[in-house]
Every structure is written in structure tokens, then in C-alpha cells.
Design a protein around this ligand. Structure first.
Ligand code: C5P
Length: 232
């Protein structure tokens, strides 16, 4: 599995996104399209960025009955994205349905990863709102393990959890980690952060980086710095 830096294109419109990508000229970074941009622009934004030669992580975090997720994944797969995701809390039949839907007639499919517990959910919220009383670290590892058993390729997790996920699920089980900041940068709303170099040391396969690149004075230089620190 190749290590890479994925830029979170958290922009509200196609115009802003393409103006940002134009700055990269010949370079084609791996980009993440999330709910905001996808719901604003629809599948055409995926086709357009793909046609420009970028790899795409479509971050829509599906969670519904297995049959609905299977059909939805079939549509996402036909958009030719490289990576997509769902909530592991949708349980095993949903994850298996998703894999079936994603798999194309020729046997290929995008990388499928699972969200374990959202980082906005802490122990207290989980116990109070979800009635889950196990320690959150164990819940995360259990969900990662379920994702692996269901045949998924990996999980989205904090860089702090990436090492443990690899210990539990194997080194080929992909870890995609947001919450990355430069040592001299603003932390913003992210609480538990790591530098690209630390994320590399701990074993993240892909880092998802938004504002340290998108809000930088020179986004191309910030992206290149990120790649240097993460990949070497
Ligand atoms: O701007 P920043 O680097 O904080 O962006 C991180 C990206 O990763 C955002 O698109 C955010 O939605 C996403 N993300 C996250 N934490 C998670 C899952 C996804 O920050 N647990």
C-alpha cells in the first residue's frame, strides 16, 4: 500500500475547488471530496476532478440498511473513485453489502475503509447517547476488527491509533488519519494532532490534511512540505 498525502478539499463550490487545484499546475495530488462539496455539486464534481487526473477519496460515510448501501456503493464505484467509506457501526451485513456493491464486473473496486467512532464522540457521549459502556479505545479496535473480518481494506482513525490498529488487524490493513498539523502550525479545532513525520513513524498509510494546506499562503509549498515530512 503506497503512502500518500490526501488533501481535504473542504470547499463549498466547484469554482473554489478548481481554482485551488489549478495552483498545482502539473502536479496531481490525491484529493478528498466530502459531503459539503459533493452535496453542493453532485457527481459531476467527482468526474471533473477525476478527468483532471487526480485520485479521489469520496468521504460520504454511508450508513443505512445493507441493500441501500450496496446500491449506493455501486453508483460510487461507477464514478471511478479510488477510495470511499462507511460507518462500521452499520454492522457486518452492511459492510459486506457495501463491498459487493463496490466490486465492478471486472473484479476491481475502490479501497473501502470504515469510520470507527467519530472523533467528535468521546467516552461520555458514547455512554450517555449510545448506551455503549465499553472503553472507547476498545470500541474503536472492535469496530476495526469487524471491518477487517467483513473484508474491508482499513479504517479512518486518529494517527495516535494507527499503530494499535496495525497491531490488531495487520500491517496491510490501511490506516487513513486526519488530525495532522505542522509542528509550527495552528491546531484549529483538531484536539489530538500529530505532525506528518510523527504520523509516518507511527505507521499511518495515508494522512488527510485540510487547512494546513488549503489555508496556507502557498498551498503548493505546504503540500510539498507535507509530502517531504510524511513520505521522505
Ligand atoms: O482542515 P483539517 O486538516 O482539520 O481537515 C481534516 C479533514 O479530515 C476534514 O475534512 C475533516 O472532516 C476530516 N476528518 C477529521 N476527523 C475525523 C474524520 C474526518 O478531521 N475523525
Amino acid at each position: 500500500m503506497g503512502k500518500d498525502v490526501i488533501i481535504a478539499c473542504d470547499f463549498p463550490s466547484k469554482e473554489k475547488t478548481l481554482a485551488f487545484l489549478d495552483k498545482f499546475e502539473g502536479k496531481k495530488p490525491f484529493v478528498k471530496i466530502g459531503m459539503e462539496l459533493f452535496y453542493a455539486e453532485g457527481p459531476s464534481i467527482v468526474r471533473e476532478i477525476k478527468a483532471r487526473g487526480h485520485k479521489i477519496f469520496l468521504d460520504l460515510k454511508l450508513h443505512d440498511i445493507p441493500n441501500t448501501v450496496k446500491s449506493a456503493m455501486k453508483v460510487l464505484s461507477s464514478l471511478d473513485v479510488d477510495m470511499t467509506n462507511l460507518h462500521a457501526s452499520g454492522a457486518m451485513p452492511m459492510m459486506q453489502g457495501a463491498l459487493e456493491g463496490l466490486t465492478r464486473a471486472d473484479g476491481t473496486r475502490p479501497i473501502l475503509i470504515a469510520v470507527t467512532q467519530l472523533t467528535s464522540t468521546d467516552q461520555e457521549t458514547m455512554e450517555r447517547d449510545l448506551l455503549i459502556r465499553e472503553p472507547i479505545a476498545e470500541v474503536v479496535m472492535h469496530y476495526a476488527s469487524n471491518a477487517k473480518t467483513a473484508g474491508l481494506d482499513g479504517v479512518v482513525c486518529s494517527p495516535l491509533e494507527a499503530g494499535k490498529v496495525h497491531e490488531r488487524c495487520g500491517k496491510d490493513f490501511v490506516t487513513v488519519t486526519p488530525g495532522v498539523r505542522f509542528a509550527d502550525g495552528d491546531v484549529g479545532y483538531q484536539k489530538r494532532v500529530m505532525t506528518p513525520a510523527e504520523a509516518n513513524r507511527i505507521g499511518s498509510d495515508y494522512i488527510v490534511v485540510g487547512r494546513p494546506i488549503t489555508a496556507a499562503e502557498d498551498p503548493v509549498a505546504a503540500y510539498e512540505r507535507c509530502c517531504r515530512e510524511f513520505i521522505g
